[in-house]
Design a protein around this ligand. Structure first.
Ligand SMILES: [Zn+2]
Length: 303
């Protein structure tokens, strides 16, 4: 649904990191962001966040894309891979360095350990021959507030609680925060829908958007799936892939986890039919803000 100048009124996205196959938590983010985009009559794009080669698995991005197809979740725009966008991130970083918002930093993790890992000012001086990290300057008293569509009003003093954030690491890798902010703006994303594990990142991303003169999208952070004791899923459980050959059980579980009426999908036996019924019946206000225990999702994971 474009506006008169051609920009969309709603463009959402799903942005997985190719660290392994899509698991149930990622499916929840994919399906939730797709449903919210479709409900708004908007577009849904996919971006591969492959900026951390040591953590990535060969072939995982293609496998994730095949899984999305198997689940009937088709992207409306080109698939963007962050590994192709080095020049764009570099240009953004140079702007921040030029206007004094970013600076070179030689402080090590151990230098900052006695400060709770929070960087307020450099404690290490320049070290010739060593590549510095580049950080964004975040003064104390940098309160950021935003209204999350699911989690409500969020306020954080980013200066006090987070400090100066890394934009490019000393090993040359781009920080997630810089890449995601630059890409959301470049792709014209109006609505960021993602898991609540990224809620903490949002205030610092808003400060970075302001420093770069970029618009702030609307945000909705989906509930996280936790184990029956309410803890974050263990690595092995969290990494259990959803089944491309049999998408309906995981799709039904994701639907239920989003607080939607389970009866809607109960007797539908094909993916296109399930997605059509889900689109028609989807009620965004029913999405719960809190965590959902895995045993309530109806997914038969082995434990
Ligand atoms: Zn420093």
């Amino acid at each position: 649904m474009p506006t008169q100048d051609g920009s969309p009124t709603y463009r959402g996205r799903f942005a997985p990191s190719p660290t392994g196959p899509l698991h149930f938590g990622s499916l929840l983010a994919a399906f939730g962001s797709w449903l919210l985009a479709r409900h708004a009559g908007g577009e849904w794009w996919v971006r591969i966040e492959d900026l951390d080669p040591p953590r990535e698995q060969a072939g995982a991005a293609d496998r994730q894309l095949r899984t999305l197809e198997a689940f009937g979740l088709h992207a409306d725009g080109p698939i963007v891979r962050q590994s192709d966008r080095d020049a764009v991130y570099r240009a953004a970083l140079e702007r921040l360095l030029a206007n004094g918002d970013a600076f070179a930093c030689w402080c090590s993790r151990s230098d900052l350990a006695s400060l709770g890992g929070i960087h307020h000012a450099c404690v290490a001086g320049p070290q010739p021959g060593r590549v510095p990290a580049i950080r964004l300057r975040i003064p104390r008293g940098s309160d950021v507030a935003f209204d999350d569509a699911i989690q409500g009003r969020i306020v954080q003093d980013v200066g006090a609680e987070v400090g100066d954030i890394v934009l490019r690491r000393a090993d040359g890798l781009w920080a997630y925060q810089l890449a995601v902010v630059v890409d959301d703006a470049a792709q014209g994303i109006t609505d960021v829908v993602r898991g609540a594990d990224l809620l903490d990142s949002t205030p610092r991303q808003i400060l970075l958007q302001r420093a770069l003169g970029l618009p702030t999208p609307r945000y909705a952070h989906l509930p996280l799936v936790v184990d029956p004791e309410g803890r974050k899923l263990s690595k092995s459980l969290a990494a259990m892939p959803v089944d491309d050959a049999n998408p309906l059980p995981a799709l039904r579980a994701a639907w239920r986890s989003l607080g939607q009426d389970p009866r809607i999908l109960e007797h539908i036996a094909d993916v296109p039919g399930a997605l059509a019924a889900a689109r028609a019946a989807f009620a965004p206000p029913n999405i719960p803000p809190g965590s959902i225990a895995l045993h309530n999702t109806g997914v038969a994971f082995a434990t």
